[in-house]
Ligand binder design. Sequence first.
Ligand code: T46
Length: 134
Amino acid sequence: MNIKFIQFQSHGDNRGSLVSLEQNKNIPFDIKRVYYLFSTKNGVRRGFHAHKKLKQLAVVLKGSCRFLLDDGIEKIELLLDNPSQGLYIESFIWREMFDFSEDCVLMVLADSIYDEEDYIRDYEEFKKIVINDI
Ligand code: T46
């Protein structure tokens, strides 16, 4: 599956920790957009889509949440609970986010500006596209 965890260098000292994110260095693309999810209500599940082109990197800045990722062949569930780690997700990966802790702040870096045309929001359509591509 075209996903991976990226471990960031954490600059820690007796004051605390600092992580720096730089495009085309520890982030594998030009950063065109940053958005973040917070105050997610208890029991909520979000996402339910894949992207045609978009590449993204998700970092939980506070708290935790889980991702379900599906490339049409396999499905995996991952826990994000470490601000020193980013989850890199390429295109044509179906994603759902759930089990948000009350304090969760999920930041996402994206390689393109927002474009609703890039979304595949119908799971059957997603399956058809990826299966025809194999
Ligand atoms: C993704 C997961 C991880 C904007 O106006 N600009 C933006 O940049 C984004 C991301 C969203 N929006 C609007 C569109 C909707 O009216 O914000 C509303 C909520 O977006 P959506 O329902 O797509 O949110 P999620 O949490 O289901 O998905 C988001 C991203 O859209 C998506 O690309 O991979 O987070």
